[in-house]
Design a protein around this ligand. Sequence first.
Ligand code: 0PR
Length: 394
Amino acid sequence: MNEQGLSEKEIFSYLENVKSEDTDYYRVLSSMCTHPHKIAVEAHRLFIEANLGDLGLFAGAHSLEKEVIMMLGELLHAPSVKIPVEKACESSVCGYLTTGGTESNIQAVRGMKNVITAGKKELGKIPNIVIPESAHFSFDKVADMMGIEVRRALLDSEFKVDPASVESLMDANTIGLVGIAGNTEFGQIDPVEELAKLARQHEIFLHIDAAFGGFVIPFLENPYPFDFKVQGVTSIAIDPHKMGLSTIPSGALLFRSPSFLDSLKVSTPYLTTKEQFTLTGTRSGASAAATYAVMKHLGREGYVKNVQYCMQLTAKLVEEARKLGFEPLLEPVMNVVALRVPSPDLVRDQLLRKFGWNVSITRTPRSLRLVLMPHNTARDVEEFLQDLKKVTAE
Ligand code: 0PR
C-alpha cells in the first residue's frame, strides 16, 4: 500500500485506463451475463451499504429481498407455505438471495444432506447425488467441499440427460438428483418431469439448476415444464444477474418446503437476528434492491420482450450460418447456439486474434458455443458470420 493517499483524480484516471481493458461486452458471444438494466444500477447505488448479513439493521433492504423472493416464487410456481414469522423462512415462499448459481447449487445440495441427516435416514457409505454430464462445474465444488460423491449421467442425442442413465447410477446412498433448465453449454432443458418421477418414486430430492434458464424459459412462446409446478421438484436456482438484467452478484435459491431452509440454519448469537441460513455472512442488500427494481420495472412484458429479442438473434444466426454451410448441433431451445465448424479451437483463436470476437467451445463434441445476449445486435450477427466465413475459408 502506498504511504500517502492518491487524489481522487489520480485514482479515477488510473481506473478509467484499466477499465478500457475490459470488453464492455463489445463482440462478446461467450457470456451469460450482460449490462445490468440502468434501473438496477441506480437501485444498487442507493442501497450500496446495505448488509443482508445483519437483517435487523437493514430492515428496508430485507423487505426488498422478501419481495424479490415472492416475485420469483410466483414466476416459478412455488407453493405458498404458512409458517410463523419468527421462523427462518419469513415470507410465504421459502428462499433467499445468493451470490449466484454456484452458491445456490452448493446450498441446495447442503440442504439435501442436512434434511436427510435430520430425518436420521441411514446412509451406508458416502452420500451421492446424480447430475447430468452437462452440469455446471459448480457441482465439482460441491463434491470437494461436502464429501458428497457426484455421479454424472449420460446425455441423449439432443444433449438432455438420459433418465435411464440417471436411474442406473442411483443406489441406497443417493440423496438427490439434479436437472438443468438451460444447460451452460447447449442451452438445453433436461426432462424435468421424468427426473421428478424418479425422485418421487425413490423419495429423494430434485434440484433444478435454472441459473440461466430461469429468466428465459417462462418467457418463451412455448415454455417447458421445469419449475415447482412439477411435483417432485424440491429446489430451484435462478440468477437475476444473468438474463434477469440485474447487477452482479444476484442469484436466488428457492425451496418447496421450509424444512430445507431450517436445515441450513446456524445460530448467530451476537447479531440482531438469532439465526442465519445463508452460506455467506455479509451479503449485498444492493443486489436485492437492484433485482427488485428491474423486476418491478420490466414486469412480465419487459422480460418477454427481452427473451424475444435474444431468440430472434438466435434464429437469425442459425438461419444465416446454415446458408454458409454450418449446422447447429441441436435446434436452439434458448439463446445458446452450438455450431459445428471445422477445427473449432483454431477458429475460436482466430476469431479473437483477427476480429476481436469472444466465443467459447463446447466440450463433447467440440463446437463453437455462442450465447446471444441483450448486448448483441443483428449487425453483430452479420459481421460475426462474415468473419467466421473468412476464418474457416483459410
Ligand atoms: N448453473 C448454470 C447452468 C450456469 O450456466 C452457471 C454459470 C452457474 C450455474 C454458476 O453461476 P455463477 O457463475 O453465477 O455462480 N454459467 C456461466 C459459465 O460458467 C457463467 C458465466 C457468465 C461465464 C458470464 C462467463 C461469463 O462471461 O459459463
